[in-house]
Design a protein around this ligand. Structure first.
Ligand SMILES: *[C@@H]1O[C@H](CO)[C@@H](O)[C@H](O)[C@H]1NC(C)=O
Ligand SMILES: *[C@@H]1O[C@H](CO)[C@@H](O)[C@H](O)[C@H]1NC(C)=O
Length: 208
């Protein structure tokens, strides 16, 4: 009897000593590996960032010219001649603009839209994009029509210019996947009288 109880105790002890230390040791190992990997990735990202020093692209509206404005029967006809500036301040990052759309918005309604031909922007480059947006008898929300007519009497309208582009970044030989770049520029003041030509540059909020 004595011996069987001792045997049982020993078996139980062995069971414990066999089972328990094993899992913590594996967990420990996994944890250390994970932490080391994370630290390594962190250091690589940091080094990459320090070497590349990426900074955001800058956009602005340099010119906005309104031509042929005509609101008749709740529909707008007009041409917006825009000049946008896209500035890539990066020393190590070049940008592919694969698809670029520019739109003029007013009071929650899009008035006109056009595309800009794809282009490649090298490092430290400033590029002017000229784009003409034409509205041809575009139906207007009645609130928009009312506001536009009021603006017309006042001589100028504050519109919003939006740009959306699919971009890829290039660092050395590395190219990233597609990103969507969005720029919101407001208020862009357009004048109804073509005799007034001065224009106040508008900086855009850029998001990627
Ligand atoms: C404005 O548009 C209407 C309809 O498209 C047209 O009949 C009219 O001649 C236009 N007015 C001007 C000043 O262009
Ligand atoms: C504005 O755009 C229209 C349509 O593309 C063009 O015919 C016109 O010459 C442009 N005007 C200016 C001032 O660039």
């Amino acid at each position: 009897m004595e011996s069987t109880k001792r045997d049982r105790d020993r078996d139980r002890d062995r069971l414990h000593t066999l089972r328990r230390p094993r899992r913590p040791r594996i967990l420990h190992c996994v944890a250390i590996t994970a932490v080391s990997l994370l630290a390594l990735v962190g250091i690589l990202v940091l080094v990459f960032w320090l070497v590349v020093r990426p900074s955001l692209l800058r956009c602005s509206v340099e010119k906005a010219h309104l031509q042929g404005f005509n609101v008749t029967d709740n529909a707008l006809s007009a041409t917006f001649n825009l000049t946008l500036e896209v500035h890539n301040p990066n020393r190590k990052v070049a940008v592919y603009f694969d698809r670029v759309e520019v739109a003029v918005w007013y009071d929650g309604q899009m008035l006109a839209l056009n595309e800009v031909a794809p282009f490649y922007q090298p490092r430290r480059d400033v590029r002017m994009l000229k784009v003409d947006l034409v509205a041809r008898s575009r139906p207007l929300l009645s609130s928009v029509e009312t506001s536009l007519k009021q603006d017309r009497s006042a001589g100028e309208a504050a519109v919003e210019v939006r740009m959306r582009a699919m971009v890829r970044f290039k660092v050395g030989l590395l190219k990233t996947d597609d990103y969507t770049l969005r720029a919101y520029c407001l208020p862009v003041l357009v004048r109804f009288s073509s005799s007034v030509t001065q224009f106040q540059k508008v900086y855009c909020d850029v998001y990627i």
